[in-house]
Write a protein that binds this ligand. Structure first.
Ligand code: ZN
Length: 198
């Protein structure tokens, strides 16, 4: 027996399929949505559709951006010989918030995880290696300190070593398994300053 109308059920289903949203939250969101004024719902839907349609990867570092080159890559004042490798655009944002990092980034969009079938070819590793043909002095690997993050760091370091380019890893002290975006700016700066050669 369906307790709600088909539309509400569909709405709950779609919300529940999003990360971090359980069935109860999905119901709450669905009922909230239908109590909202029609024009607010229209605006929300449009923002989602426009974002999905217009956001793309920076052609240099692969972070999410509206333009061909993201603001960091387009900035000539940044040190383009220094590349920090992060797992996602949220990690990039966390480092940018410190306003202390002067290099550029490379966004992998994930980490190697054999457990769930994510291999090196599924994230932006070959794109990183391609960038090393330019004049690069150091690659800082700032993947998370989770098992996946460490595996990815080791894998990338082994690939880069033969090129003679310096490879460093951010200092531990970043809580194990901690997502970079939740770590405060001082901890991030310490991790960056205390990086060690791999
Ligand atoms: Zn970029």
């Amino acid at each position: 027996m369906d307790l709600y109308s088909g539309y509400i059920n569909k709405l709950i289903e779609e919300f529940a399929a999003l990360p971090g949203i359980g069935n109860k939250s999905a119901q709450r969101l669905a009922f909230h949505l239908i109590s909202m004024p029609q024009e607010k719902v229209n605006r929300l839907a449009k923002v989602m559709i426009d974002a999905r349609a217009n956001i793309k990867y920076c052609k240099n570092c692969f972070t999410l951006t509206d333009t061909e080159l993201c603001p960091v890559c387009a900035n000539q004042k940044r040190n383009h010989k220094l590349i920090m490798v992060v797992e996602n655009s949220r990690d990039l944002a966390a480092y940018e918030k410190t306003q202390k990092y002067e290099g550029v980034y490379h966004v992998l969009h994930g980490a190697i995880s054999p457990m769930i079938g994510i291999g090196p070819q599924d994230i932006k590793i070959k794109e990183l290696i391609e960038r090393l043909k330019d004049d690069v002095e150091e690659v800082i690997i700032a993947t998370n300190s989770s098992l996946e993050g460490e595996t990815t760091a080791m894998y990338i370091s082994k690939l880069i070593k033969p090129t003679g380019i310096k490879v460093t890893r951010i200092a531990s002290g970043v809580p194990v398994g901690g997502d970079l975006e939740y770590i405060d700016e001082i901890t991030l700066m310490r991790a960056l300053d205390g990086r060690v050669e791999m």
